[in-house]
Design a binder for this molecule. Structure first.
Ligand code: GLU
Length: 287
């Protein structure tokens, strides 16, 4: 069976250069490794997703020439998430957490990256009124996860020290990114995960959660570099808000955008196993 890779934008705005860079990597990897491509619309956060942005993703990908083999949308997958939650509950790996944002900030230490490391206050709590707002946390195993990134090398990370037990459903009853992405990557048989290195920190906890959900074979990971500004800093909200469709309306072609994004990401041959030449050969064959 051929493997499968996914492109998983969140419809909280129109696609921008950061998405285009990710898409170039995903489609180049698919070409290089002969993978099926799955478009997953990650609209788990219903307070931020908009129908216009969902349609925008499909239109922009078609305009850019990125074709895919299958598509799913998280808001239609409630039953799958419920079944996955039940699987965790059967193993007693979930508990309700009533801590407020303020309590979380005041009562827990932070990791090197500044993330709150939840110390399990509500795990130790005997009872709680489940009628009051609460989220559900997954009990993370206290162990080091050894995993490999094709570009960045080996990692040895313990999610208990990175973030502690983490939410899988929030206090508004919305599935969290961490949970939905793990359930989907299992259920949709994703074998290759290529995404920006801003999400690299999530990988060990996602591996732990996928293992608890019964996945035995791990996906292959590659976290790609991000576009940075002239001072090597992350792009600002304003720069990220500049959409590809604004460029399209200004008469810029997909080819011009590909060139601009590769240039801005400082993509070079030595950057990764699937860097510039693969991206370009893919673009030439497919537009
Ligand atoms: N939905 C995420 C984003 O737009 C991507 C998540 C992933 O690739 O795991 O940044």
């Amino acid at each position: 069976m051929p493997g499968k890779i996914r492109f998983a934008p969140s419809p909280t705005g129109y696609l921008h250069e950061g998405h285009l860079l990710s898409a170039l990597y995903v489609w180049a990897a698919a070409k290089k490794w002969n993978l099926k491509i799955h478009l997953r619309i990650e609209d788990h956060d219903q307070s931020r997703a908009r129908p216009a942005y969902i349609e925008g993703i499909r239109e922009d990908l078609a305009w850019l020439g990125f074709h895919y083999d299958s598509e799913s949308i998280q808001s239609a997958r409630g039953e799958v998430y419920k079944a996955a939650l039940q699987k965790l509950e059967e193993q007693s790996l979930v508990y309700p957490c009533f801590c407020s944002r303020k309590q979380l900030q005041e009562e827990n230490p932070r990791s090197e990256t500044g993330e709150i490391v939840y110390q399990g206050k509500c795990f130790r709590r005997e009872t709680g009124d489940t009628n009051t707002p609460h989220n559900l946390r997954f009990i993370v195993p206290d162990k080091t996860i050894d995993w490999h990134d094709l570009r960045l090398g080996d990692f040895h990370e313990n999610p208990k020290q990175q973030c502690g037990d983490f939410p899988i459903r929030d206090r508004d009853n919305q599935w969290t990114y961490q949970f939905a992405v793990c359930v989907d990557d299992i259920d949709e048989n994703i074998t290759h995960i290529v995404r920006g290195e801003d999400i690299r920190n999530s990988t060990a906890r996602q591996i732990a959660l996928m293992e608890a959900l019964g996945r035995t074979e791990r996906p292959i990971y590659l976290h790609h570099p991000l576009i940075v500004d002239a001072n090597n800093k992350k792009l600002s909200k304003r720069e990220l808000a500049h959409s590809l469709r604004q460029d399209k309306e200004a008469g810029i072609t997909p080819e011009m955008l590909f060139g601009r994004v590769c240039y801005k990401a400082h993509l070079t041959m030595s950057d990764s196993p699937i860097a510039l030449m693969d991206a370009i050969s893919m673009v030439m064959n497919h537009i």
